[in-house]
Design a protein around this ligand. Sequence first.
Ligand code: SF4
Ligand code: SF4
Length: 447
Amino acid sequence: MKGFSGGIHPPCYKDSSLINPIKQVKPPSSVTIPFVQHIGAPAKPLIKIGDSVKVGTKIGEASGFISSPVHASISGTVKKIDFFPHPVLGRAQAAYIESDGRDERDVSIKSRANPEALLPAEIIDMVKEAGVVGLGGAAFPTHVKLSPPPSKKIDTIIINGAECEPYLTCDHMLMLYNPVDIIKGTLLIMKAVGAQTCFIGIEKNKMDAYELFLSKIRGMNIGNIHPVLLDVKYPQGAEKQLIKSIVGREVPLRGLPMDVGVIVQNVGTTVAVYEAVYFNKPLFERIVTVSGRFIKSSQNVRVRVGMSFRDVIQEIGGLLDSPLRVIMGGPLMGIAQERLEIPIVKATSGILIMSPAECRFPRTRPCIRCGRCVDVCPMGLVPNIITLAGESERYTQADEWGVHDCIECGACAYVCPAKRPMVQSVKMIKNELLRQEKLQQKEKNLT
Ligand code: SF4
Ligand code: SF4
């Protein structure tokens, strides 16, 4: 293992959600299912008000190559198609479905005969039809990731079981509960892209999962899937850092893992691939870590997409007090939410309810040029220069200093003694550069 430079070691806060087994939450009385739960174009609605749906019925069709279908997660009646609160976009078009209490599955969900004999193109098509997207948080459509251009030869798959964000344990629990599903999903992914080797990257604080994989892989007599232990360091689970740590390859700036012959898939995505191919099961549920000091009982839950955060929290005993801050995902890369009436989407890895002690809003002070942000940046950037350039509207300079290579991990903000809002600055700069680029394109088209 080569490791990567930079990174931080925040406290893990993982133990409390590892005590209990994964809880299967009962299907809710209603769900709100957004038509966009992925990177790319929103799905096009296939339903109308009054339609009856079953669990797994396709309700939205992919509307382009980088897009993904969405499916009903309960059986019942479509009551509304409108704009509803969305955890990433603020508001987005969604279907509101009321349950009929029967939780009937679509007849198309059934075991597939001889899945091992499928051709690569058939596997990719099934993954697309099932609406599988990256479950680590990015929500990039998986069928697109499994379809690199012919010029990019993929020799290695990395299954991401690092789970380096504090509090989150959904991937750890999945590795303990479903190791064989992960291995079978991995074999499908390897076949789909023609890769000969796979590494399963696991941080050293999950030795139980590492040993379990070793014994399962040995038992299944598989020679080309290798569990690998990784240092406990944030952001170990970021794609480029994982590739550097495991195979020692450096993804070029502005490049993609496929540029160095690698595809990275999260363990949850790998199980979704397995279920899509073996059972024709669409992605309508996932495992979510519900944690934080204001949660009565931290736990991992298997929940339906579209269920509200409030309903999920009620199912595991509720809150200790009114929440000060709700976060979807982990504390470092997660997204703050204004309310609990937000639906679970495919990218919801965690619901964190933070206490006042955990959510101080320190006063921001000017940069003292201490260089700590430079020391920890895993991308080798100079975060203070980039953000200072952005704050004084020198966007081209921020671009030249590599703002587009920032993975928004928040390590720089974590160590900054002046408590500067580094990630917010980076996002603002990227948005501004995108706006300027679109404007230039528009002007060019007019002339
Ligand atoms: S860590 Fe903060 S104060 Fe120090 S150089 Fe970076 S931005 Fe400035
Ligand atoms: S948020 Fe961006 S600039 Fe800051 S440490 Fe992470 S990659 Fe570097």
